[in-house]
Design a binder for this molecule. Structure first.
Ligand SMILES: [Zn+2]
Length: 385
């Protein structure tokens, strides 16, 4: 009898694994995967000042090629349970929808891949290795999850050839898009200092606000690039401007602003920070001495998966089930794929993400079944390639 992805998704949703709590979700996966012959480990990672987090690594088969499915069982809090039309951890099905926190992000995706893997293993032998890399720390600080789990697996000799992340990548309908890369993200705080004084006597003060306005105007006007075949143009958003001044008649001593840049693969963290300093130097009447800029720790470079072994079979599997050729997308925010790409080529494809993190998060039951068929087709194509 084929594995039932909807029943597995329901079992997972009923585990209240609000980050960083394990909630029984990893224990459930351990039971299901061990019963199918997987070797399962449950490493717990710690960091001073952060909650300990449980993770899971399960593997079956041996040798190359090695395909790893990556995901997370932790979920964001449900908010007020009474606002939900079906309780957030009850996994009720109504009118073809499976309701619950994590249904789309991303227990439904995990359930589909588990069912696809179990079906494949029951049907025929595996010429290679298939693994699950599941963290309980994606929605939280993400320090005791995928980063450490990847290192943990590498230290134990696991070498991945390809990774599929089951995050809900489809904006509206199943088959819309596979994520073949991500834009990079860089944030910074800009400060301009002056001298406080009375607004009536500006000659005795030094107003930092007009200088800050000039710097921000230059940043906002910059055309970093026109985009590439795979990426949108690099974009800077000013996210905060602050002088903390409640008075009309006081010239403030300092002005602070924050901004975030989502950038494409024409830039690295280094080339982008150099460009930003050049823009600011040019717009600052006092040059580099006229402002201070502090960049946030940088860990999100832009990347693009260039792997026909991965993108081709996945795209074909999506088309075979949905009848649509998925768009190759690099839009949206970051995910754990940004860490995985340092180990092997990675693509992302999962359910429809329209309701994630919302009240009444839900997925179409039919989508969960279709995604299972897509994953099954992908596994077959990957190991046949
Ligand atoms: Zn997620």
């Amino acid at each position: 009898m084929p594995a039932d992805p909807v029943a597995i998704a329901q079992d997972l949703i009923r585990c209240p694994s609000v980050t960083p709590a394990e909630g029984g979700a990893l224990a459930y996966l351990e039971r299901v995967l061990s019963a199918a012959g997987f070797r399962v480990d449950r490493p717990v990672f710690s960091e001073p000042g952060q909650p300990d987090v449980e993770n899971l690594f399960a593997t079956i088969g041996s040798g190359k090629p090695h395909l790893v499915f990556a995901g997370h069982t932790d979920v964001v809090p449900p908010g007020h349970a009474e606002d939900w039309s079906h309780p957030p951890f009850a996994a009720e099905i109504a009118d073809g929808w499976l309701y619950g926190r994590g249904a789309a992000d991303m227990k439904g995706g995990i359930a589909a891949f588990v069912a696809a893997a179990l079906d494949r293993l029951a049907a025929n032998s595996l010429p290679g290795t298939l693994s699950f890399l599941i963290t309980g720390d994606e929605e939280g600080p993400a320090v005791n999850g995928t980063v450490k789990l990847l290192r943990w697996a590498a230290e134990r000799g696991h070498r991945f050839d390809a990774c599929l992340v089951g995050e809900p990548t489809n904006p509206a309908t199943l088959g819309d898009a596979i994520k073949v890369g991500r834009r990079g993200s860089l944030s910074a705080t800009l400060t301009v200092r002056g001298r406080q004084g009375h607004a009536a006597n500006p000659q005795w003060a030094d107003n930092p606000v007009p200088r800050m306005v000039a710097l921000l105007a230059a940043l906002d006007a910059e055309m970093f690039d026109e985009g590439t075949a795979d990426f949108q143009p690099t974009n800077l958003e000013i996210t905060s401007v602050d002088v903390g001044n409640p008075a009309f008649n006081v010239i403030p001593a300092a002005a602070t602003a924050r901004f975030n840049i989502r950038f494409n693969d024409r830039w690295t963290g280094e080339t982008l920070t150099a460009r930003l300093r050049a823009i600011l130097d040019g717009a600052s009447p006092r040059g580099a001495a006229g402002y201070e800029i502090v960049f946030e720790p940088f860990n999100s470079p832009a990347f693009l998966t260039d792997a026909d072994r991965l993108i081709g079979p996945l795209s074909d599997a999506v088309a075979a089930v949905t009848g649509k050729v998925p768009q190759r997308s690099t839009s949206g925010g970051t995910s754990d794929a940004r860490f995985i790409k340092d180990y092997c080529p990675v693509v992302e494809f999962g359910l429809v993400g329209a309701t994630i993190h919302q009240v009444d998060e839900r997925v179409s039951v039919e989508d969960v079944r279709m995604l299972t068929r897509i994953y099954r087709g992908f596994i077959n194509r990957f190991f046949a390639g």
